[in-house]
Design a protein around this ligand. Structure first.
Ligand SMILES: Nc1ncnc2c1ncn2[C@@H]1O[C@H](COP(=O)(O)OP(=O)(O)OP(=O)(O)O)[C@@H](O)[C@H]1O
Ligand code: SF4
Ligand SMILES: [Mg+2]
Length: 331
């Protein structure tokens, strides 16, 4: 059996009315069984649309091409019935806002039971309720017997997201796609919820695609990282390499904007400027207007992904950038 759960190749996404400009360009990535992979980038970089495209969740105005295979099965262009049967059983999604994922009119117990029974018709109501209770225990909800009969509005944000995680893991999926799963929560709760998600995925051998705009979140969570900028992957690396020897100037900018780095380096500000949209994509390297290393070639030619050690990065100066520590010391 293949170890690759999700194999995305050359994913392109354009929206109607964008005069052919693509919001996502040539995205390729893989996620192996039991692996946690993070997709990081600023707002608008194409993280969510890429994952939604794979799951067939984009509106009709989106044109999607390329390939996304889940355990060898093509998802791009797959029928709604196929995608529906995979969603919730083999692939689960967790979104930023737990309230939109939960039905305000159904008790927590009924929602978890329904998620189980929709994919396993032979499970009785009683059995599903027992499993729901165990799932609430698994996600460390206090007084689970009592909580089972309560409604979403009786739960705090962090507790609601735990319920969403319980629903996501209910059918032991092979892959969970979590899109900014903790952004709506306060910082301490974020860490607890992420830790729980990681632990459950490791325990169950579930692959996890963690989408975040915060590189800080990635440190303790992921094994590999894809960095997206303006609709493309600009760097892909093992998590340690991302922090120790980032190969792309944009990744370096993201790292410098982390609070911890700021303290250490005593100066560093966020990356100046704003990311372009598909409609305002600059010529050459999309990052050049914000890049302190930009040269003439960067303004003219789009860099391709190349290997640098164990990482790949799309930068004309990839191999000849100063070492990252040196860049901080001298800045
Ligand atoms: N329905 C749509 N119609 C037109 N453009 C869209 C649509 N949905 C997304 N886009 C465009 O696709 C690009 C990528 O959006 P996406 O939501 O994937 O960003 P993101 O990386 O998830 O950002 P965030 O961190 O804010 O969630 C954006 O420029 C956005 O404007
Ligand atoms: S290609 Fe040029 S502009 Fe783009 S990131 Fe590399 S150095 Fe900066
Ligand atoms: Mg998003």
């Amino acid at each position: 059996m293949s170890d690759i759960l999700l194999d995305v190749r050359g994913l392109d996404i354009a929206f109607f009315g964008m005069a052919g400009q693509r919001s996502v360009r040539d995205v390729s990535l893989t996620i192996a069984r039991g692996e946690t992979v993070s997709i990081v980038g600023e707002s608008g970089s194409g993280k969510s649309v890429s994952m939604r495209a794979i799951m067939g969740l984009l509106p009709d105005s989106a044109y999607v091409s390329g390939s996304a295979k889940f355990l060898g099965q093509e998802l791009i262009g797959a029928s709604t019935a196929t995608l529906r049967s995979l969603t919730g059983s083999r692939i689960a999604m967790i979104f930023q806002d737990p309230l939109t994922a939960l039905n305000p009119l159904l008790s927590i117990g009924d929602q978890i039971s329904e998620a189980i029974r929709i994919h396993n018709r032979d499970v009785s109501r009683r059995e599903a309720r027992e499993r729901a209770l165990q799932l609430l225990r698994d996600v460390a909800i206090p007084f689970p017997e009592k909580r089972l009969d309560q409604y979403p509005h009786e739960f705090s944000g962090g507790m609601r997201q735990r319920v969403v995680i319980a629903i996501a893991i209910a059918n032991k999926p092979d892959l969970i796609i979590a899109d900014e799963p903790t952004t709506a929560l306060d910082v301490t709760v974020q860490a607890e919820v992420l830790d729980l998600l990681r632990r459950l995925c490791r325990q169950n051998g579930t692959g996890l695609a963690l989408i975040t705009h915060d590189l800080g979140v990635v440190a303790g969570m992921a094994e590999r990282v894809y960095v997206m900028y303006a609709g493309s992957i600009v760097e892909a690396a093992l998590v340690d390499d991302i922090f120790e020897r980032p190969a792309h100037p944009y990744t370096r900018g993201l790292l410098r904007s982390l609070p911890k780095m700021k303290d250490q380096a005593k100066r560093l500000e966020d990356i100046g400027g704003t990311p372009p949209t598909a409609a305002s994509l600059p010529t050459g390297c999309a990052f050049h207007p914000r890049c302190s290393f930009a040269t003439d070639v960067c303004r003219k030619e789009t860099p391709r992904l190349n290997s640098y050690g164990r990482s790949i990065a799309a930068c004309h100066l990839g191999g000849s950038l100063p070492a990252f520590e040196k860049e901080i010391e001298t800045a």
